[in-house]
Design a protein around this ligand. Sequence first.
Ligand SMILES: [Zn+2]
Length: 443
Amino acid sequence: MTSSIAAEDEVVELAADLIRIDTTNTGDPATVVGEREAAEYVAGKLTEVGYEIEMVESGAARRDNVFARLKGADPSRGALLVHGHLDVVPADPSEWSVHPFSGAVQDGYLWGRGAVDMKDMVGMTLAVARRFKRDGIVPPRDIVFAFLADEEAGGKFGSQWLADNRPDLFEGCTEAVGEVGGFSLTLPDRQGDPTTLYLIETAEKGMAWMRLRAKGRAGHGSFLHEDNAVTTLAEAVARLGNHRFPVVLTDTVREFLDTISEVTGMEFAPDDLEGALAKIGPLSRIIGATVRDTANPTMLNAGYKANVIPSTAEAVVDCRVLPGRQEAFEREVDELIGPDVTREWVTHLPALQTSFDGDLVEAMGAALRAEDPAARTVPYMLSGGTDAKAFEEKLGMRCFGFAPLRLPPELDFAALFHGVDERVPLDSLRFGARVLDRFLRTC
Ligand SMILES: [Zn+2]
């Protein structure tokens, strides 16, 4: 018998090893690297302690995913999916203080691309999975561990493909935990003393990338010309980009604001919600984006020569739509773009929302409080999207973002996602491993 190794003892090493495997996903499938190597690393760490794993390519060569199932005490209960993605967004080494794939451990932090998105959680999951297997710990119900490709490009060669083509891998899963939630936010309470809230993700905005197209009459750039596709498109894009969609408080956002008000005494006046939200600090960039739909024009394409009026002009608009708002959003967009511009969805992943209640939510709170007695949990909505979209829409799971981290109050956590000098405090990683270990024993 070897002496027991706790999850927190090896989480830093596991996460650092993963960061050192460059898994850059540019969104162009031809350039993707490292997902297979990362999957092989994960598979090796799981089989080493006795797991039977399945490695699956998701719709293209070298887009590998790893699955392992740990039997629970009560087979009649639905299984819990614990998922994390192995890919990361690109990083330019010339902008960084350390090499983004160095996995450097210095100044109390683990540095590198993926440190918070999300090789931290992958390392924590791996550490807990290994600990449970080594020590024969039986969770209350089956746990399915999934390590996935292609999240950063929407999961077409990852979660979406797997949900469509290999639902058997998720057999029996009724609930799921993954990114982005479980992290702490420190705010002054009513007496001015610091209080720690942990944000659990229970909702995500929909992600809808829209192509606009205007058609006109081609012609010579020197003539009088009434029907110019570029002018028509530009006007529609400007109207859309300048438009403010109405504030709509979903259940999740309302509960978030009510809890913050109750704990801190802050007021959130409906007529200046974004302004009021600034009081919660940098995280308001995410929360502020969840009180209304947004439509940000991101790409323009028209013409091929300065003196030729083209017959078509196109734009792409990144739309993020609140749960329950899709139809109303589309009506508003159609009014803004007018009858001369057509639209189509390039990518359309739905919004999600689940309620902040039930045994799993209780277990998250209890696991956090066991490590941080003053912890208070609060639901929130993510303005972006995650692999949860595939698991909720296609497989009917209730999805939560729960990758627990107790963060230093002054750390601008939101800025680290896809940011330069992405890093995670070592203490936060160890804390997360302890919380996840407790949580999965009581899930
Ligand atoms: Zn991520």
